[in-house]
Design a binder for this molecule. Structure first.
Ligand code: ADP
Length: 566
């Protein structure tokens, strides 16, 4: 369900109603004290030379000090409340961003999601600090003044209200533009974040291709777009202020003209007219603050719209019963597609028996990685069923499935942080001794000892390690998890033969007592597999051992002759 940004904002404000009420009270007291100051000054001036004035001076100083202190406290209170609201929104968003179905990340770009967390949430702050509270104080003054005006002359009040209402409708109408432009500006900032993110990930390629200039032009266009929306907001805001001024001047002229005529006709007294005009001043002064508040509220709503787009996405379901330990996997007539039009897996039925090593091979794009993604329950099949042991996966919680099925992805399997951080990702309680054992298994002990051991820092997705090492570190992490089933997406790029052997040994070590499913890109990985699944365009084109497939499958022979590097 799509939630309304206005209701979301109200809920957010309601959440802080204690602090906001206090701020409103402070603001009302502040304006009361402010209104009292001219009265004291009035008395002071008329008393000078006529009698003692020290006490009046002290009262004035007292008023000034107290109203400044109250003002400072109110501003502090509002800013802290605003920061707290931003923090709460960020907490919600962080939790949500980490738990969405994998398909949602396919739809959104990382940099854009990060922008929503950083920049959009910050804009919400303005809803609290942008004059909303003083606008409420001003509104109270306005209402009071309008009531008093009604007691003086209802007819002239009607005229004033007519002018003010027309302006108000125009202003509120144009403020929807501000919301729209803010959302567009933030979308442009999101595009910028996403573009920069992609550019930085591929910065080596961009530099090597000498493509800095064209990438820069693209990113500048996003920045320009954000600027353009900002200018549009400025344009609307710049129109709103003179419009309110014009309305007030119009009201004054009307009141003076018609009021003058009424005085001449004897309908009202001069004193009444003067009083009415004074109240009119009190109505006009808070108008600017109120319109300023409308502007910032609209901006906050523009940002909330973008945050809601993410919050409205359902998180990955956590339903189901916990999986019992199992060592085998079965695909039963499974079909799957990422989007409706292109089937990626079609009627796949295969058995992956306990304790065996199964290799999946096939041309690039034939659906090998997708099979692993389904076993890991990153996606659910469109039709057919997957079994973990004898349990239908659809009825199991994803978390329990992932506790049983370890997964080493092909790319970016290493996070920035220390080697220890990386190893403890899934098993935070593992000891240093266990970590070293795992590093031993994947032949990384020496490399890490040369560096700073488990505390060695891997920057930016472990670029300081080369690919084979990253893959081995990810394997070590999985070994610590001790999961009975292990999925491994082999890196495609050719590593040198020494490293290839190291990876094979590491896989061999990890395969002990485990069920291993490898998306294989190297012939050496598959020759000793217990079974090999040959995929062709989402369909199973053959299952067997290396020897039997060499006999029976033309596609396999073809792949093998090219060393399988699909
Ligand atoms: P393989 O591992 O055999 O190279 P994949 O399983 O990665 O093949 O991909 C199979 C097909 O699904 C390809 O056409 C690929 O473009 C598409 N595909 C893979 N991942 C996604 C995704 N996250 N969103 C949409 N399409 C995808």
């Amino acid at each position: 369900m799509k939630s309304s940004p206005f209701r979301a904002l109200l809920a957010m404000l309601a959440h802080h109603k204690g602090a906001l009420t206090l701020a409103v009270v402070l603001s009302l007291v502040g304006s009361g004290l402010g209104l009292a100051q001219p009265l004291v000054i009035n008395r002071l001036i008329s008393t000078v030379g006529q009698g003692p004035i020290a006490h009046l001076a002290w009262i004035l100083v007292g008023l000034l000090v107290v109203s400044s202190v109250l003002g400072a406290f109110q501003s502090y209170l509002l800013t802290v409340t605003a920061e707290t609201a931003v923090k709460a929104t960020r907490h919600d968003l962080i939790g949500h961003l980490l738990r969405l179905p994998i398909a949602v990340y396919d739809r959104h770009r990382t940099g854009d999601l990060v922008t929503r967390l950083g920049s959009d949430t910050t804009i919400i702050r303005s809803a609290f600090t942008g004059g909303l509270v003083s606008a409420i104080g001003g509104l109270a003054t306005m209402i009071g003044a309008i009531i008093l005006m009604a007691m003086v002359d209802v007819f002239m009040l009607g005229l004033v209200l007519a002018v003010v209402t027309v302006t108000l409708i125009a202003v509120i109408g144009s403020s929807t533009l501000i919301q729209r432009y803010t959302r567009r500006a933030q979308e442009a900032v999101g595009d910028l974040g996403a573009g920069m993110d992609r550019a930085l990930v591929a910065v080596r390629t961009i530099r090597a291709s000498g493509a800095q200039d064209s990438v820069e032009t693209g990113l500048r266009a996003d920045a320009d777009n954000a600027w353009l929306q900002g200018v549009r907001i400025a344009r609307v805001a710049a129109l709103i202020f003179p419009a309110t001024g014009l309305a007030m001047q119009g009201s004054f002229l009307l009141v003076l003209g018609i009021g003058g005529a009424r005085v001449a006709a004897g309908t009202i007294t001069v004193a009444d007219l003067v009083t009415f005009v004074l109240y009119l001043f009190m109505v006009s002064m808070p108008l600017g603050t109120i319109f300023g508040a409308i502007t910032t509220i609209r901006q906050a709503m523009g940002a909330i719209e973008r945050i809601n787009q993410i919050m409205d996405e359902e998180p990955e379901s956590v339903d189901g019963s916990p999986a019992r330990p199992a060592h085998s996997v079965r695909f039963d007539d499974v079909s799957f597609s990422y989007s409706d039009d292109t089937p990626v897996l079609v009627d796949v039925s295969v058995d992956i028996p306990a304790g065996t090593k199964t290799a999946i091979v096939g041309p690039s794009g034939s659906g090998k990685s997708t099979m692993l993604a389904l076993i890991e329950r990153f996606y659910d099949p469109d039709s057919g069923r997957l079994f973990l042991g004898d349990q239908d996966m659809a009825g199991l919680t994803r978390a329990s499935v992932r506790g049983i099925v370890g997964y080493v992805e092909q790319e970016a399997a290493v996070l920035a942080g220390t080697v220890r951080d990386n190893l403890l990702l899934a098993t935070p309680d593992a000891t240093d001794e266990q970590c070293w054992w795992a590093l031993d298994q994947v032949n990384l002990r020496e490399r890490m000892e040369e560096a700073e051991g488990l505390a060695s820092v891997l920057r930016d997705r472990g670029r300081t390690l080369f690919r084979g090492q990253r893959q081995r570190l990810a394997l070590a992490r999985m070994l610590l998890m001790d999961s009975p089933i292990l999925l491994l997406d082999e890196p495609t790029s050719a590593v040198d033969s020494q490293n290839e052997q190291l990876i094979l040994d590491a896989i061999g070590a990890s395969a002990a007592d485990r069920t291993l499913v490898v998306v294989a890109h190297r012939l050496s990985t598959v020759t000793d597999a217990d079974q090999i699944i040959v995929l062709d365009d989402g369909r199973v084109a053959g299952v067997g051992t290396h020897a039997s497939l060499m006999e029976s499958s033309e596609l396999y022979r073809d792949l093998a002759s090219r060393q399988l590097l699909a």
